[in-house]
Write a protein that binds this ligand. Structure first.
Ligand code: WTA
Length: 646
């Protein structure tokens, strides 16, 4: 750093450090006895029956954590706080997009979860059955997740921005018996249909989704909806009328808690399986230490949607298992205007704010006068998740939102890891802008070369997890082999999990995650696979071949850029076709997967073995000088591509 006024690392403020939950003793304990350390973390929860063994790794890579233990996840997130005398504490400050709001105490949450559990049981659902949740950020979404957890039903939340095609494939794959949804959802002030997508997804007659018995509908917007008698039921006529007393049953620590579908390197999304005891242990542990949570005084806000893993772990299970008070916001950050988030922080006295870098960069674009117009002095800790945060955004976040007084935790983890793995500890770590710093106590990670040798500081390598961890995925729903192939084959000999990310240690041994090195893109913190978008594009009759890449984008991190070769009989080749192709991707996957740019090209760059050279396409899309083209069959193809770029 040449500029003396800009420090390269930021130690925590002294008063923060003095009261921090995590002290250096935490790392010492984990180093001394890793499994004993995790047993201690597990015992922060209530176990109906204590476990006999911390970890059984004999069936690697299928782990069993807290073997023999029995617990109820919902009891841990709700009832136990009521029993401890905290029933009047607000669990959820819910803020609706149109301006309505609701405060839900732990006692009220208990009542609502019990009603839902009783109704779900009355439908004949039993532990192990799957429930699909396709809902915006309304309280009933969290209540449904908790009611499922209470009964041992495995929930599968499908992001409400996904299309009906995407919903159907997830419902079918999981063979969900119940789908919970809302009539509509608010999008920038306007009610838009949601139940209608469920109707399309589930189909009728011969085409009907076989597994689904009931569709439970929360009335949110009051818009008109179609109704299928015998299948559809209103929440307010069923759940709300059910008994509010329910005794939770304890389930095995390894009982499946949820499936969450995520994009992989092939077109078919993977249903990531998470179980109960280990998942809750690590989400609860990380929430307490990484967010330095003080239940009496903190107001936590995680800006993620429940459709993503961040919403599962840090909007539901992590905060609620710790008895937190949190914000659940239904809408977008610029509805009705760009002040929305800052008004919420000011009104509720938010202390801990956890968002994705893409939103920070959006705030930067909107200008600092917007946050500057608000009193943000309640904030004491800031978090970042979902993609690498560039140092410039990090510094802006610290200065403008955090008033140079809040530690920032840049947390690296994945749908598959279930909970935070690499992050600063806010009262201990001197943080470097852009670096996730170090694996948490209890977690072991390495950066290695292809042969599995640790790379020297300063060099890039593969990020691997060389020891199992409690909240690790337990497999891919219905496809054990894919689980082994995807995560455990690259370093099979060593028995390490390969995360799909590149990383490096810097000269101070701080860990920098550099992003995906496989064919997964990260657009605004959303994972989208290149092949999923490619298969949507070639699903269009005019397209012969497609290659999709994630190009660097100032705001969204990456933006989707597609290159397509048309079939020789394609008649329309102009702007209308491009619009049609974009629409096709929206319908097949989601509007979030819509390419920013589609280029019609005469040929795609391929290696002699026929592999598309995505790296070179990325160079083209980013306007860079081309890298090494020597392995290409026909280097001249780039001239043609450049000439054709729209
Ligand atoms: C990326 C989101 C850099 C990474 C919790 C990972 C990050 C993928 C960070 C997982 C971070 C997440 N720094 N990159 N702090 N956090 N990523 O499954 O590429 O939606 O593999 O989980 O996001 O995305 P997922």
């Amino acid at each position: 750093m040449t500029d003396e006024t800009v420090p390269s690392a930021y130690p925590p403020p002294a008063d923060f450090a003095a009261h921090a939950n995590a002290t250096p003793a935490l790392q010492d304990a984990a180093d001394a006895d890793r499994l004993g350390f995790w047993a201690d973390q597990a015992r922060r929860l209530h176990w109906h029956k204590d476990f006999d063994e911390v970890l059984d790794w004999s069936g690697a890579p299928f782990a069993k954590w807290f073997v023999g233990g029995r617990l109820n996840v919902a009891y841990n997130c709700v009832d136990r706080h009521v029993e401890a005398g905290n029933g009047d504490r607000v669990a959820i400050h819910w803020v609706g997009e149109p301006g309505d709001s609701r405060d839900i105490t732990y006692s009220q949450l208990q009542t609502e979860v019990c009603c839902a559990a009783n109704y779900f049981s009355s439908l004949g659902l039993v532990a192990g059955d799957r429930v699909a949740i396709y809902m915006p950020m309304v309280p009933e979404a969290l209540i449904t997740m908790l009611a499922c957890a209470r009964l041992g039903l495995t929930h599968s939340v499908v992001f409400a921005g996904f299309s009906s095609t995407a919903l159907r494939s997830r419902v079918d794959d999981a063979e969900a018996k119940l789908v919970v949804t809302t009539d509509g959802q608010y999008r920038r002030g306007e009610p838009v249909p949601l139940k209608a997508n469920v109707d399309v997804a589930l189909g009728s007659g011969d085409e009907a989704a076989q597994s689904v018995q009931k569709v439970l509908v929360v009335q949110r917007t009051g818009i008109d909806i179609d109704w299928v008698d015998g299948r559809d039921v209103w929440w307010h006529e069923t759940v709300a009328e059910s008994a509010d007393f329910h005794v939770p049953e304890a389930f095995d620590s390894e009982h499946p808690l949820f499936l969450l579908y995520t994009s992989g390197t092939t077109g078919k999304p993977k249903g990531i399986i998470h179980t109960s005891g280990g998942y809750l242990t690590q989400t609860s542990y990380t929430f307490h230490y990484v967010f330095d949570h003080k239940p009496e005084t903190d107001v936590f806000w995680c800006g993620a949607d429940i459709g993503w893993v961040t919403g599962h772990s840090y909007l539901v299970y992590g905060p609620l298992s710790n008895g937190a008070t949190e914000i659940v916001y239904e809408g977008t950050p610029n509805s009705p205007n760009e002040h929305r988030h800052f008004e919420v922080i000011e009104k509720y006295g938010v202390t801990t704010y956890y968002i994705a870098p893409t939103l920070i960069r959006t705030f930067m674009k909107w200008g600092r006068e917007i946050p500057d117009a608000h009193d943000l002095s309640s904030l004491r800790l800031l978090g970042s998740v979902g993609e690498p945060i560039n140092p410039e955004a990090w510094r802006w976040y610290r200065e403008v939102i955090g008033r140079n007084n809040c530690p920032i935790v840049d947390t690296w983890w994945q749908t598959e890891t279930g909970a935070i793995m690499v992050s600063p500890l806010p009262g201990i770590t001197a943080t470097k802008p852009g670096s996730a710093m170090a694996p948490l106590p209890g977690i072991s990670a390495k950066i290695v070369d292809m042969a599995g040798n640790p790379v020297p500081d300063g060099e890039q390598g593969y990020l691997v997890l060389d020891e199992p961890w409690p909240s690790m995925l337990r497999g891919i729903w219905g496809d054990e082999q894919r689980y082994i192939d995807t995560y455990w084959s690259k370093f099979a000999k060593e028995g390490w999990y390969f995360a799909g990310d590149g990383a490096r240690y810097d000269e101070d041994h701080a860990l920098w995650v550099l992003g995906r090195i496989d064919d997964v893109m990260n657009v605004s913190g959303h994972r989208i696979s290149t092949s999923e978008v490619e298969s949507a594009l070639v699903g269009h009759h005019a397209v012969a071949e497609a290659a999709v890449i994630g190009a660097t984008d100032e705001t969204t991190g990456q933006a989707i850029v597609a290159f397509v070769i048309l079939r020789s009989d394609a008649t329309d080749t102009g702007a209308q076709l491009i619009d049609e192709l974009k629409a096709q991707v929206s319908i097949d996957i989601s509007p979030i997967a819509k390419p920013r740019e589609i280029n019609v090209v005469p040929e795609l760059p391929k290696t002699r073995s026929g592999k598309i050279m995505r790296r070179l396409l990325r160079d083209v899309a980013e306007g860079k000088e081309l890298g090494d083209t020597s392995t290409l069959v026909d280097p001249a193809v780039f001239e043609a591509i450049r000439a054709n770029r729209s």
